[in-house]
Structure formats: C-alpha cells, structure tokens
Design a protein around this ligand. Structure first.
Ligand code: PMP
Length: 401
C-alpha cells in the first residue's frame, strides 16, 4: 500500500473549481463568469500590445542574460512599481522611506508582507473585510497572523456597510492590522467614496491601526491609474506606515507571469532599509528569489514613456469594456422586466458584480442555463460580451421569477 493511502481527496478551490466544472460541461451555450481574468468581446484571453512590444525588445537584446535576480527582485521594476502606486511625486519615495520587494504577484506580496508582520510586528491580528477574496484568510493564517473580519457589505442596500465598518474598526485593539482593498473590492465591487476613505484614514490613524492595502486592480476600476491609486496615496501622504501588495496580473494582463510587489512605507529611510533587510530573510527560505521575465516586461513598459502611454490606453480599453457590460446587462434586465432593483450592477465597480443571487439561484443557473459563477453570486463582467448578455439576462430572469 502507498504510504499516502490515508490521504483524503481535497475539495476544489471555490473559485478555480468553477472553471473545472465549466470545462467539463459539453453544452455550447455555456458561459464562464467565475474566472477573474479579462476576456475580449470574442471571449478570448488578451495579451496587451505593449506586452508583446516589451517582449520583442527583450528578445532582441543580446545583452540580456538569465542570471538569478537578487532576493528583493529587479531594482528598476521595484522603483517603477512604487512610483506607480504612490505617485511620481511621492514624498515617501523621495525621502527613501519605502522598502519595495518584487514578489510572486499579488498573492505572494500578501504572503511575504503577512509573514514579515507575524515575525516583527507587535500585533498579530489582521482584520479583513466580510466578505473578501477567498484566499485572504488562508494567506494570512498560514503567514502566522490571526484573522478577524470587519463588516463591509450590506446585502439590504447591496452597498457599503459604512457604519458597521467604522464600528468594527473602532472596536479593534490598538495596533491591529487592517486589510483594505485599494479599489474594485473583490467580490462585492463596492468601494468607499473618497470622503469615506478620508474618514477611514482618520479612524485608522487615531486608533494606530496598521493599513495593509491589497492593490490587485489599479487602473481596472475606473480606467485611470491615478484615480484608482487615490486611497493608497491618501494614507501614504499622511506620513504614517502603510503596506501595499501590488499585482500586475490584471492591469497588464500578466496573470501567469506572477509579477507583483510589496511596498512598505516607513517613517524614516533608516527604518525602511532595516525592514528591507528583514524582508530578505523572509523571502530567501521561501523561494530564494523571484522570477525574471515578468518583472522585465513590467519594467520595460513602466520605464519607457511611449510604452507607458500606450499601456494606459489599452488599460482604459479593458476598463471601458467592462463598464459597458454593466450598462448592457442592466438594460437587458430592465427590457425583460426582471423583478427587483438591479441598479447595483452599474453602481459597483471593477471586474465583478455581486449580483445578490443566492446559492440556490446560482445552482439553478448552472444546471438550467450552463452559466457558471461562484456560489456567492459573484459574476466576472470581463467574461461577458454583447453576444452573451442576452443569455445571462434570460438565466437571471428565470432564476428570480
Ligand atoms: N487580491 C485580490 C483582491 C484579488 O482579486 C486577486 C486576484 N484574484 C489577488 C489579490 C491576487 O492575484 P495574483 O496573485 O494573481 O496577483
């Protein structure tokens, strides 16, 4: 017998498992709205033009070698990533108070940041929103932190539970870590307004909570890199500490390249350099050093003004297509006279709509209409097209009537 014969079959990942089920479905009208990856109007994955151009440049450069990167990753990539999220004129960057390390996309950045905190920070509790991306509680638990939740979403308004958020963070122990989605909250698509962010910031600072931003969608929410970075910049500008995990999976379409960065804004450059030295001790025994190719692509784009400008246009194209899917879906439901108020579809922002459909309705739509989404009723707007919207509207209509 195998020494592993006692091992139980593990369940599929709740998000990635949707695609597994979708792939097994032979029906030709099937629709995968589970996966959080951009698709074109034709339903195809998209490699950005600027990414192709950057890769060409890299391939044609005979001086390029394949040596290991340093533990902290590619220096030009780290600098440009920090500039992208904090702003080119950020005092924290100019004063060299930011420690940035290249990590394995957003997930790896969260994990490295979490493990650093578990080793070196006096408070081990991290508050995450309820609900949040399903990987958050696991990442932070395995990093060695203790996870609690704060109220975020109000099902009755399908909007922000702002009062609950302020109460829960107000009751958190001083020093607690708070995970904040920088923009395009996953799965709800509900973001605080700028005024609400300012209130959150004041509460966080007055209670000496430690903000940890997850920035997986910069530019994807509004189409503007600047607007989507605003909340992070408000916190970085007040002189206090702030963690940011950045992903280039969505905004550059580099999903499988696993390219991201963890930046820690400190109060002095001296602290920042000691923090960086300790981040190396977290990273080295975990994976030694990060991968080269994706970081070179991002660095090439961010450090070339022509490619950068072209990128902002392509990024806005993706964001605009998603926004137009929202309008089209709302109009399709209204045209059918589907009961209920569906205006949250256009109020929510980013890749996902939190439809408000329950698990039973989600199951019905999968079985009867071959429409696949996570059981919490979250649909990826990027998986829709003008052609497929009527099918989804029919399915939703049938599910609620
Ligand atoms: N945070 C959030 C909120 C996300 O939605 C995602 C992607 N689904 C990530 C982090 C990390 O993704 P990646 O590791 O692919 O960058």
């Amino acid at each position: 017998d195998s020494v592993f014969c006692q091992i139980a079959q593990a369940p599929e990942d709740p998000i990635l498992g949707v695609t597994v089920a979708y792939n097994k479905d032979p029906d030709s009208s099937k629709l995968n709205l589970g996966v959080g990856a951009y698709r074109t109007e034709e339903g195809k994955p998209l490699v950005l033009n600027v990414v192709r151009q950057a890769e060409q440049k890299l391939v044609n450069d005979p001086t390029r070698i394949k040596e290991y990167l340093p533990i902290v990753g590619l220096a030009d990539f780290n600098k440009a990533s920090a500039k992208l999220i904090f702003g080119a004129d950020s005092p924290a960057i100019q004063e060299k108070r930011v420690a940035t390390v290249q990590c394995l996309s957003g997930s790896g950045s969260l994990r490295v940041g979490g493990e650093f905190l578990a080793r070196h920070y006096h408070q081990k509790t991290i508050y995450i929103p309820d609900p949040t991306w399903g990987n958050h509680p696991k990442i932070f638990t395995f990093a060695g932190l203790s996870v609690k939740t704060y109220r975020y979403y109000d099902p009755s308004t399908r909007g922000l539970h702002f009062k609950g958020l302020l109460e829960d963070l107000g009751n958190a122990a001083s020093g607690s870590i708070v995970l904040l989605h920088a923009c395009a909250h996953n799965p709800t698509g509900v973001d605080p307004t700028i005024d609400q962010w300012e209130e959150i910031r004041q509460l966080v600072r007055s209670k000496q909570l430690l903000p940890f931003f997850d920035s997986a969608y910069q530019g994807f929410a509004s189409g503007s890199l600047e607007a989507d970075a605003k909340p992070v910049r408000m916190f970085a500008a007040d002189g206090g500490e702030c963690f940011t995990a950045q992903s280039f999976a969505k905004n550059m379409g580099l999903y499988g390249e696993r390219v991201g960065a963890l930046s820690i804004v400190c109060k002095t450059s001296d602290v920042a350099s000691r923090v960086e030295s300790q981040l190396k001790l977290v990273i080295r025994p975990m994976y030694s050093s990060p991968p080269l190719h994706g970081a070179c692509i991002v660095s090439t784009i961010l450090n070339d003004s022509n490619l950068y400008n072209e990128w902002t246009i392509e990024l806005k194209g993706m964001a605009d297509r998603i926004i137009s899917m929202r309008t089209q879906l709302l109009e399709a439901l209204q045209a059918k006279g589907t009961p209920g108020d569906w205006s949250h579809i256009i109020k929510q922002i980013g890749m996902f709509t939190f439809t408000g459909l329950n698990a039973e309705q989600v199951g019905f739509m999968r079985k009867e209409y071959h429409v696949y989404m996570t059981s919490d009723g979250r649909i990826s707007m990027a998986g829709l097209s003008t052609k497929t919207i009527p099918h989804l509207a029919n399915a939703m209509h049938a599910a609620v009537t």
